[in-house]
Design a protein around this ligand. Structure first.
Ligand SMILES: C[S@@+](CC[C@H](N)C(=O)[O-])C[C@H]1O[C@@H](n2cnc3c(N)ncnc32)[C@H](O)[C@@H]1O
Length: 279
């Protein structure tokens, strides 16, 4: 990961990212990382922690922003909600629709191709009781305010935003010689961080070749301010020293499937949970 220089315009960087997301869907679907078969065998169960925080979802209207191939969207639908999953990747949405048919939730869970930036011109206002966002979403959005605008547009008064996301500090560090080392900026900038890795973050995707992707960091304060300046009330904000994927070699898996930093490491916040209510 390196700090970007402004070689491309924002639209070109977003188009490059979109190409990456079109290319990786199939290998993600088949990967150990996403464990689709295991999840199917559990009856599409939600993460226990999220179930506790979200409570009864029966007949709630939910929008899942940046739903990828729809695994989390379908878990929420299986818990009783009506769900719309939104993603700008056509390949991801086609895969999500196929999965919805396969698990018999097609009528309760629909999937639409749309970018977060276009939500307000594509969907009617006040659609949702809950907007759900999970790991690895907002770093693909250049301006956190355009994301907050989409959340605001979708939620009814009294509706709730739930997000469990990669912590912005985790986005800007790497393990080098046994220590965390800074490799990016904490605050949102026009020039993103540039990643030129082989494949994607799932094992076995190396044969997809090398992608150049562009990632924008948004600080906790910028995320909170984007929401509170629109009248949202933050009801839950928790920083976690764990995350749900192997953020760096040497992390270990705990009993509840969280990846944790071993004793002896400087403990950084790796993910965070935020809930906010639209007033
Ligand atoms: C890491 S995945 C999200 C994964 C999700 N948390 C999950 O576990 O299934 C990020 C998703 O965001 C989508 N995405 C990225 N930028 C987007 C944008 N501007 N508008 C809509 N979708 C976007 C990508 O196509 C991809 O499916």
């Amino acid at each position: 990961m390196r700090i970007g220089v402004d070689v491309l315009g924002e639209d070109e960087m977003i188009a490059a990212n979109r190409g990456y997301w079109e290319a990786v869907v199939e290998s993600h679907f088949d990967s150990d990382f996403y464990e689709v078969d295991k999840w199917l065998s559990t009856g599409l169960s939600m993460r226990e922690r999220e179930e506790d925080l979200l409570g009864d979802l029966t007949d709630k209207d939910v929008v899942h922003l940046q739903c990828h191939f729809g695994k989390d969207s379908l878990s929420i639908a299986a818990a009783g909600a009506r769900v719309i999953g939104i993603d700008y990747s056509q390949t991801a949405i086609e895969k999500a629709r196929e999965l919805a048919r396969r698990v018999g939730l097609f009528e309760r869970c629909s999937f639409e191709i749309c970018s977060v930036e276009e939500v307000a011109v594509t969907f009617v206002k006040d659609l949702a009781d809950l907007v759900y966002v999970s790991l690895g979403a907002i770093c693909w959005i250049a301006k956190i305010d355009s994301w907050a605008k989409a959340v605001d547009h979708l939620l009814r008064q009294g509706g709730v935003l739930f997000m469990h996301e990669v912590h912005p500090l985790a986005q800007m560090v790497e393990r080098v010689d046994g220590n965390w080392s800074l490799s990016g900026d904490y605050f949102e900038k026009d020039s993103p961080m540039i990643d030129e890795s082989e494949g994607s973050y799932v094992d076995g995707s190396d044969d997809l070749g090398t992608f150049k992707t562009y990632i924008w960091n948004h600080s906790i304060g910028e995320i909170v301010t984007a929401l509170t300046s629109r009248g949202f009330v933050i009801t839950h904000l928790e920083e976690h020293s764990w995350t749900s994927f192997l953020n760096a070699e040497g992390m270990t898996k705990s009993t509840n499937e969280h990846f944790v930093q071993p004793d002896g490491w400087v403990q950084l916040p790796l993910s965070f949970t935020l809930m906010a209510t639209k007033r």
